[in-house]
Design a binder for this molecule. Structure first.
Ligand code: NAD
Length: 568
């Protein structure tokens, strides 16, 4: 493993020790500068004659690369072009990504990353990250030790079971940890050599992948039960031993997402973004929405469709937020209604999983509102509850029907409607339909990006409820203060801060979230809030004076720029 050593001289000028030279250096994605290698480095590192004569600047390279990527007509082609750039030159890749984050977020993340995951075995070029399969049992530490860099601070791991709303994608799910870590670097400035994407490729139950001659993953049915648990346990222990400073993000697990989070959050500094990050993002949007509707938080009525990792995560944080606003007892229970595939969760038909049971309404409450057995579909629930907020995390397109939305809009002047499911194809409804059905009164935000909508001469900007507004700031904050754990309070702090970052101009344009172009700035202030909360709750491993927090956060944020290389 390489230890990337960034140094600063007395005047604060950075340089880095570089252990490779010649053509190997040209191909090394972290040390590479391509045509921007200055003359003296070309001499010192044996690059003379290996490059054309001109010494380009990073800015020139970035403009040239941008032009060549945007020329590609298809989003997947752009994805492949950007991935290839990342394989060649990380600094240039992140410069281009950061300079065009609004344009390229939908490429490196939802929706295009979903397509890339599906077509993984066809578009695969160069491996990135670590795959751990059942064949590595007993040797996971050895496999992890082959990671390219030594000082790993951030790991995103998936078992590929539920990739976006696309189900089991087998080894193709690796696109998600890679994409998320790209966002961490772009938004939070976590240096690429401190990140490590990992796929627990425990097999797949996706029949079309198993039957595909080109499938590159571990071609077995999913490992389950004790053998699966043992592999995850071995992975976590190996990770702690090898990378003791790493923060672990659980990503796109399915039915075991809650169990894994609870089992490990006290043992390794970790969180689950689908459960906790999504929640902070959604709660921020809902809180921002109260500024437009004028209905105080304590009087909000929420209906959530899809009580999986994201839905229950949102329900939990909503409850905590409402409690803080003074809501308690029955009113608190009634304020959040969760509807899953079989209808409203009610305790006379208790759901199998404990995390869903927590949100089951008492049967008496359901009966009182006319929601007896057999009358618990979404439309009936909306009719009975008259929600101010409707959130979709079902992964099922078309589930916010015209009847449901018109019913909601009949009772609420400014209904907040958040179809959060990704990618675009899985959104519970399109913004265009939602705006039409609510006659322009709906406050809409979607999980995947959508174009602005024009209705009766007015233009509506569709805010993106992307948890990219949350996890980079939480991760950065946790890393900066060397948190021993990531607490729910840190996500609450992130939600509070994100809600404050929604400007009046965003709300006036119909958006419940900041512009994606604000991502880096918003991430920094969220990280500050997270550091303060971690410090206040005693989980920070590094004491940072309150006044020094903004500088500590900014100092930790890597800027994609070339630094002089020292031969070693
Ligand atoms: P999950 O599999 O844990 O949960 C999905 C839930 O929806 C399950 O409980 C399932 O029973 C339920 N469901 C399925 N069909 C339904 C239907 N027709 N009606 C009601 N409920 C139904 O998945 P998850 O991690 O919760 O993710 C769900 C969706 O949310 C995905 O599309 C994912 O991409 C999206 N998501 C978006 C963001 C974001 O930032 N916008 C973040 C996380 C997840």
């Amino acid at each position: 493993m390489d230890r990337y050593r960034l140094k600063r001289d007395a005047a604060g000028r950075p340089s880095v020790d570089c252990p490779v030279r010649g053509s190997e250096l040209l191909r090394h994605p972290v040390y590479a500068k391509g045509t921007a290698f200055p003359k003296e480095e070309r001499v010192a590192f044996g690059l003379e004659g290996l490059l054309p004569s001109k010494v380009a600047t990073l800015d020139e390279q970035a403009r040239r690369m941008y032009a060549s990527i945007v020329r590609k007509p298809e989003p997947l082609e752009k994805f492949i072009g950007l991935a290839a750039l990342q394989e060649r030159n990380e600094t240039l890749y992140f410069r281009v990504l950061l300079d065009h984050i609004e344009e390229f977020l939908p490429i490196v993340y939802t929706p295009t990353v979903g397509q890339a995951c599906r077509e993984f075995s066809r578009i695969f070029r160069r491996a990135r990250g670590i795959w751990i399969t059942p064949e590595h049992r007993g040797r996971v530490a050895e496999v992890l030790s082959y990671a390219p860099f030594e000082d790993v601070r951030l790991v995103v791991v998936t078992d590929n079971a539920r990739i976006l709303g696309l189900g089991d994608q087998g080894a193709g799910g690796m696109g998600i940890p890679i994409g998320k870590l790209s966002l961490y670097t772009a938004a939070a400035g976590i240096p690429p050599w401190q990140t490590l994407p990992i796929s627990l490729d425990v097999g797949t139950d996706n029949e079309s992948l198993l039957a595909d001659e080109f499938y590159l993953g571990y071609r077995e049915r999913r490992l389950r039960g004790p053998a699966y648990d043992a592999l995850v346990e071995e992975f976590v222990e190996a990770l702690k031993a090898l990378f003791p400073r790493a923060l672990l993000q659980w990503e796109d697990f399915k039915d075991n997402a809650f169990d894994l989070l609870e089992r490990y959050r006290g043992r390794v500094c970790s969180f689950n973004d689908d459960i906790q990050g999504t929640a902070a993002m959604a709660v921020a949007g809902i809180v921002a929405g109260t500024r437009v509707s004028g209905i105080p938080l304590a009087e909000q009525r929420m209906v959530l469709l899809g009580a999986g990792a994201a839905g229950v995560g949102i329900a939990r944080l909503l409850r905590a937020t409402l409690e803080r606003a003074g809501v308690s007892g029955d009113a608190l229970r009634q304020a959040v209604a969760c509807v899953d595939i079989e209808g409203l969760l009610v305790d006379d038909a208790p759901p199998a999983s404990a995390h869903k049971r927590d949100f089951a309404w008492p049967a008496a409450l359901a009966e009182r509102l006319g929601l007896g057995t057999g009358q618990r579909d979404l439309l009936s629930v909306v009719r009975a509850v008259k929600p101010t907020v409707l959130v979709g995390t079902s992964g099922q397109p078309g589930t916010f029907t015209e009847a449901v939305v018109r019913e909601m809009a009949a009772h609420r002047e400014r209904p907040v409607i958040l179809p959060m499911s990704n990618p675009t194809s899985q959104s519970e409804a399109t913004p265009e339909d939602l705006i039409r059905w609510t006659r322009g009164r709906g406050l809409i935000a979607t999980g995947s990006p959508f174009e602005p909508v024009t209705f009766e001469g007015r233009r509506f900007v569709i805010g993106q409820g992307n948890n990219a507004f949350v996890f980079p700031g939480v991760g950065l904050g946790a890393i900066v203060c060397e948190a021993r754990a990531v607490t729910d309070g840190m996500f609450q702090a992130a939600a509070d801060r994100l809600a404050l970052e929604v400007q009046e101009s965003d709300l006036a344009a119909g958006s419940l979230f900041p512009r994606v172009s604000e991502l880096r700035r918003v991430t920094a202030v969220i990280a500050e809030a997270v550091v303060r909360e971690a410090t206040a709750s005693g989980v920070a491993g590094r004491a940072i004076d309150a006044a020094a927090v903004p500088a500590a956060v900014r100092d930790a944020m890597w800027e994609p720029d070339y630094v002089p290389l020292n031969p070693v």
